[in-house]
Write a protein that binds this ligand. Structure first.
Ligand code: CA
Length: 223
């Protein structure tokens, strides 16, 4: 943290709750950025660096889970806590599946929220900017795949973004349409996804990404 205040992005469309969270987190020593809708949250999340994200699930413009998936698709791995009025176990699973590290149902206890944010920041410091991939890890800042058994391999920006998205949810099958929307430009054809899977396999070996017939792609399960 370099002695600086930890930076948090709060995305919440309820103005009273947003103001309350901002005041609370500022008192707690955070440097807070606010977004009142998903579009603004996405912009800030993509253009600024945060230590932790606090994300409401039900948002206008871009829904909270979609916002998170888009950030993950662009290689943003900032640890994220989802706040939601939907608190049953199934809702929780959907939130964690979307790439959140933690999930807290509203209404929540302030002290519990602060404790969970502290835990997320600690975890982030431990694993800052790297993601496990088959046989090694992807370093997002340098776009290097580092492995025990081979020379490091440098990826292009899009290769890195694609691999990072798959690596944030191991075992999850992404459709080509979803990968196109999250990593590439929706104006492009789905074949661009296949091309980049091919490039990654050529650089890192066939098993880095698994094809799931008729469904899409997932992170490889073996090195
Ligand atoms: Ca809301």
């Amino acid at each position: 943290m370099n002695g600086q205040a930890p930076r948090v992005l709060v995305v919440e469309d309820d103005p009273q709750l947003l103001a309350m969270l901002t005041r609370l987190l500022t008192e707690e020593g955070y440097d807070v950025d606010e977004a009142a809708d998903g579009q603004r949250g996405l912009h800030l999340g993509l253009t600024r660096d945060y230590d932790v994200l606090l994300l409401d699930r039900g948002l206008p413009a871009v829904d909270g889970l979609d916002l998170l998936a888009r950030l993950r698709g662009r290689g943003v791995v900032t640890p994220t806590l989802i706040l939601s009025a939907l608190g049953n176990p199934a809702d929780r699973v959907v939130g964690l599946d979307a790439g959140a590290e933690d999930y807290l149902a509203k209404p929540f206890d302030i002290d519990e929220l602060l404790a969970r944010l502290r835990a997320l920041r600690r975890r982030h410091l431990d694993t800052a900017r790297t993601l496990p991939v088959p046989g090694g890890r992807l370093e997002l800042d340098t776009r290097l795949v580092v492995r025990d058994t081979a020379e490091p391999v440098r990826l292009s920006e899009r290769e890195s973004a694609l691999l990072a998205l798959l690596a944030t949810r191991p075992g999850h099958v992404f459709s080509r349409a979803r990968l196109l929307a999250l990593v590439f430009d929706e104006a492009e054809h789905e074949a661009v996804v296949d091309s980049y899977v091919h490039y990654l396999r050529r650089k890192l070996g066939r098993k880095v990404i698994d094809t799931v017939r008729g469904r899409g792609y997932q992170l490889g399960r073996t090195a």
